[in-house]
Design a protein. Structure first.
Lengths: 147, 61
């Protein structure tokens, strides 16, 4: 993916990533966590780190004028995660409906890149389907294509 | 069974031992983890994914 992104640090188990957003509001430390749910399924959680870990993953609150770069960085961690955990499935959902919509918008923007390596799915009313642009999905699933 | 590859040279991110120590044994975003577990509970997500792929193939055919 050739989009601009921040440098990231990762734990040795490749499950927790940190990076720093830099913008008009200064430096905002971000964390991306892949949480094991069950079997081969992981949940992607993402938020700000301000001394302690906040549960709110709201980019509008952060508003550091770098949303695309931040989300491209989060997307880059997916590549790293799957390079270590092959055969897994990642669930992603925003903390609010508007946050999930924002993810959908950027997933659509990144779709060309995502499609080369990954299979993207959307969930509507607990029904999973292949991701299609413009649909108001409530959650997303990502798996790596088997080549 | 999860298949885990060695992390070294696999990631674009810099592997940081201090970060490992920082988050060792910590449950991050517990409410999100709880939501995710409840969301998949009683469902066969892998089967649902398979079905979604089958449906896509049928639709495209």
């Amino acid at each position: 993916m050739n989009l601009e992104r921040y440098d990231t640090k990762v734990t040795e188990d490749a499950l927790t990533f940190e990076f720093t957003s830099i913008g008009p509001k200064g430096e905002i430390h971000k964390i991306v966590v892949y949480q094991h749910i069950e079997g081969n399924i992981f949940n992607l959680a993402f938020g700000d780190l301000n001394g302690e870990i906040r549960s709110i993953d709201d980019l509008i609150v952060s508003d550091n004028k770098d949303t695309e770069k931040v989300l491209a960085t989060v997307a880059s961690t997916i590549f790293d995660f799957f390079s270590v955990y092959s055969g897994t499935l990642v669930l992603a959902k925003g903390s609010t409906h508007s946050r999930t919509r924002l993810y959908r918008r950027y997933l659509t923007i990144f779709l060309e890149y995502i499609d080369q390596e990954f299979l993207l799915f959307g969930e509507l009313d607990e029904e999973i389907e292949r991701f299609e642009s413009g649909k108001d999905y409530t959650a997303f699933y990502i798996s790596k294509k088997i080549k | 069974m999860l298949k885990k590859s060695p992390i070294k040279s696999k990631t674009q991110a810099m592997v940081d031992k201090m970060l490992t120590e920082k988050y060792k044994d910590k449950v991050l975003f517990p409410e999100k983890l709880k939501w995710a577990k409840e969301h998949v509970q009683g469902r066969d997500i892998n089967k649902e994914i398979e079905e979604a792929l089958k449906k896509e193939k049928i639709t495209k055919a």
